[in-house]
Design a protein around this ligand. Sequence first.
Ligand SMILES: C[S@@+](CC[C@H](N)C(=O)[O-])C[C@H]1O[C@@H](n2cnc3c(N)ncnc32)[C@H](O)[C@@H]1O
Length: 289
Amino acid sequence: MTYPYGPLPELYPEQEALFADAATTYACYRPGLPDAAVRLLADVLRGRPSPVLLDLGTGTGQVPFALLSAGVALTHIEAVDVSRQMLHQASQALHPLLGDCTLTLAHAAADAYEPLATLPGEPDSGPDLITCCRSYHWMNGQAVLEMADRVATPGAAVVIMGDGSLWTHDADWTRALRELIQRYLGAERRAGARRSYAEPRRSYEEDLAASAFNDITEHLFPVTRSWAPQEVLGYLRTTSFAAPELFAERHQAFEDEALALLHAHAVDGSLVEEATFRVLLARRPKRAR
Ligand SMILES: C[S@@+](CC[C@H](N)C(=O)[O-])C[C@H]1O[C@@H](n2cnc3c(N)ncnc32)[C@H](O)[C@@H]1O
């Protein structure tokens, strides 16, 4: 099922364009969720009679894909994204895993989104788990958290999670790569063709603390990833800070230089990233549920 039949007026065309070109490569080059984080999300849903997931900024469906792959018996998934191309990829990835689980793909900005779909015969059903994975920073957090409070079931959890990027990662090879990108695009970190990246004004914890979901726990999961140089190039093409269109006709030259740099730093053909996948798990305080 796809909602709505036309784009919502609140869609941000700039954000949609930013992710449109990345959609096909995204599924290949973006890392999934660490198993330990998936287990944590599965625990949140344990004991729920008919677990419903609302995934905001779903991209190619990494969160529902991980949960379904881990055997979590979801009843319904509502997957929201501003990019039709991302939703198309998500649909392709998720359909083989759905079984009896229903899926609504919502082409909408999460901050302006009001879930319309209710489960047949269960008009009061709402999400038990609302997730933003590597996507919250693109959204109006306050609007998202207010919407979450309107729609979530009483014991629901909101999860904001992610693991930084190769721009923020601190290793010799990522530093050298960042400097190369800066040589082509300027010192400021780009966030698509028209903007520079702006640090959020408040931390995610501060946003959550000011919301109805102010019972917050932090979970940190160390992850070690090995990248082949070509995989790093594939990953960079999916990012807002090194997407091909930012380089225009110099993209090939950039990739040639980046590949040489990555080969020079690789050990046995691999570049190692020691990342931390961070999960903020937030609930309404007990007395408010
Ligand atoms: C970095 S990707 C993360 C995708 C996926 N959740 C993951 O874990 O890899 C960010 C996604 O958020 C979407 N997005 C950006 N702004 C959004 C907004 N305001 N509302 C909904 N989705 C948005 C983008 O289209 C993109 O698919």
